[in-house]
Design a protein around this ligand. Sequence first.
Ligand SMILES: CC(C)(COP(=O)(O)OP(=O)(O)OC[C@H]1O[C@@H](n2cnc3c(N)ncnc32)[C@H](O)[C@@H]1OP(=O)(O)O)[C@@H](O)C(=O)NCCC(=O)NCCS
Length: 181
Amino acid sequence: MITLVPLLLSHQPAIDSLLDERFGPARRNRTAYRLRDRAEVLSAYSSVAFDGDQLVGSLQCWPIRLKSVGGARMPMILLGPVAVAAAREGQGIATALMRASLAALDAGDSPPVLLIGDAPFYGRFGFSAAATRHWELPGPVDHARLLLRGPATGLPRIAWVEAVPVERAGSVNPSRPAKVA
Ligand SMILES: CC(C)(COP(=O)(O)OP(=O)(O)OC[C@H]1O[C@@H](n2cnc3c(N)ncnc32)[C@H](O)[C@@H]1OP(=O)(O)O)[C@@H](O)C(=O)NCCC(=O)NCCS
């Protein structure tokens, strides 16, 4: 049975192993890492999946900001990476992780959610590249993969996506209660 639990700091080594397995060590060169490298993971919106004592999936969320041409900054959430152990693919684990995070985000009345990923997968959760064509990131991005959840009402057409680094490393936000898939 797969169990989803809120992300804890102690899960990080197993998450890193999973991400290395699924994305390779070069994952750290990706533009998304420039947004989350020095940010603090939002544990209230992040989950991991366990099969017994084995971590088989993870989804992390991070604070970011959108800066308009006029300099106004608005908070956003960067969702990802989402990863599931190769041996456990196709069993609904990523879907369960996504549903848990999106439910927590909705319950928390969160800012808009952005991710970099495959539209055919994330489209089913309400993500689309329609509004992001003129948004720049701190590195190269395929705009067809820069996906916003929901309508872009009130968001600028031209904007810069920025990191929200924390000076204080190693802390994790309060967790939400455990959920079972
Ligand atoms: C993508 C990933 C997270 C999916 O995990 P999973 O637990 O197998 O996903 P689920 O079982 O919940 O969902 C499987 C469904 O998603 C679809 N799917 C999976 N990856 C997809 C992709 N890249 N594009 C389109 N559809 C995809 C499957 O075809 C399947 O569709 P179905 O429900 O219609 O049969 C997993 O394959 C993985 O970790 N891949 C490597 C890392 C990665 O690419 N992460 C996503 C970043 S974009």
